[in-house]
Design a protein around this ligand. Structure first.
Ligand code: ATP
Length: 370
């Protein structure tokens, strides 16, 4: 993994070879990462990979065992949590139940003894930003869950932190509200220009809101790039498998031309063709990560396809706008193919036990080493 840098962007946060140990256990393993100013950044990974530990180190609740974390060019280690230009919004929101929405938002400013005019101006600005003007005098139990979430956001932005940490910020909301709130979060992040770092278990959420996503595993970053690159060009089997659905087709490579490979595999007699800018040597084991929507399904053998195999439909998952077909090849491998349910396709839909042909182009997948 090579940290990706763009000279046009200024890093706000720099992790420099940061390791965090709890006793013998390494929670963060020699991690180097830049997070830029005004960026909406997501940390994504399975439970226990170290996401919360990263957030806690940024907030100041934990110190690295070794390495340095910089905020705006200065080591943050000597600064206690309340002296950092960092705020953290918790999943539980932690609103004060006996205070009004207004007073909840004003709380941090009052503690800092901000003048009453400046305080009122700032709270009004935050109420407007989060569309809560009408609810200023209500208590938290008199507003909806979505509105409470916005109060928590307004409160954490009131002191204009350079960095806002969001730990599962939408976890308490139902699916529909969650989606609407994702767009709202993006809008507020853009308007304030604050750097947001979000931790979420929901990969779709991370891909929706974030400008860049870091995929983590066991205290290390496996890939950090835009959501599109993470999905379209995963750099490892781990990332390909972690994000979205994927077929992994394994075989051995044979170079046949400029960035062209024939892959010998267990299915059928013919190799399949794949394009890859990453070099593979003769006979090197490799895996094609192929997204289901890149596999086409046909009733007859598609004569012009670069790669075509036949198989039998085992299962169909109907998802409304899409259908996913699980097709078993003669050798036993199951390939998932996803089609959009436009009218044209649904008129000619396939059913269980049908024998069908699957095809994909040589550029449809990503060829990865072991
Ligand atoms: P989740 O998604 O479940 O919240 P996470 O990716 O946020 O997981 P962390 O909470 O950062 O993971 O934990 C990373 C690892 O460090 C885990 O294996 C955890 O058990 C361990 N860990 C975290 N805090 C401590 C601690 N105070 N003492 C010992 N081990 C800890």
């Amino acid at each position: 993994f090579e940290p990706w840098t763009d000279p046009a962007q200024k890093p706000l946060i720099r992790f420099k070879s940061v390791t965090k140990k709890f006793g013998d256990f390494t929670a963060i393993d020699d991690l180097t990462l830049d997070i830029f100013e005004q960026e909406f950044f997501a940390l994504l990974g399975p439970s226990g990979c170290g996401k919360t530990t990263m957030m806690r180190m940024l907030a100041g609740f934990e110190k690295p065992t070794s390495g340095v974390i910089e905020l705006a060019g200065a080591d943050i280690a000597p600064l206690p949590p309340n002296k950092r230009a960092v705020n953290m919004m918790f999943q539980s929101y932690a609103l004060f139940p006996h205070l009004t929405v207004y007073e909840n938002i004003a709380f941090g400013l009052r503690r800092d003894r901000v003048s009453s005019d400046a305080l009122d101006a700032r709270v009004s600005e935050m109420l407007k930003l989060t569309r809560l003007e009408k609810f200023a005098q209500r208590k938290p139990h008199q507003i909806s869950g979505g509105q409470r979430q916005r109060v928590a956001l307004a409160r954490s932005l009131a002191k204009a932190p350079k960095l806002l940490l969001l730990d599962e910020p939408l976890g308490a909301l139902d699916a529909k509200l969650r989606q609407a709130t994702q767009f709202e979060l993006m809008d507020i992040q853009e308007k304030t220009g604050t750097t947001f770092v979000i931790v979420t278990h929901d990969q779709e959420e991370a891909m929706t809101v974030a400008s860049r996503v870091a995929v983590m595993d066991e205290g290390r970053i496996m890939q950090v790039e835009t959501p599109e690159r993470i999905y379209e060009a995963p750099n490892s089997l781990y990332v390909a498998d972690f994000i979205g659905e994927v077929n992994i087709i394994s075989g051995t490579a044979r170079a046949v031309g400029d960035e062209q490979f024939h892959i010998d595999w267990a299915e059928g007699n013919a190799p399949f063709v794949a394009t890859s800018s990453r070099p593979f040597s003769e006979g090197q084991p490799c895996h094609l990560a192929l997204r289901p929507e890149k596999v086409s399904i046909h009733a007859e053998r598609p004569e012009t396809a670069e790669n075509a195999v036949h198989g039998k439909i085992l299962d169909i998952a109907y998802l409304g706008n899409l259908s996913t077909y699980h097709v078993e090849l003669p050798g036993g491998q199951i390939i998932k193919a996803q089609t959009a349910n436009t009218r044209r396709v649904s008129r000619r839909s396939y059913t269980w036990e049908d024998t069908v042909w699957l095809s994909w182009t040589s550029t449809a997948g990503v060829l990865l080493p072991e």
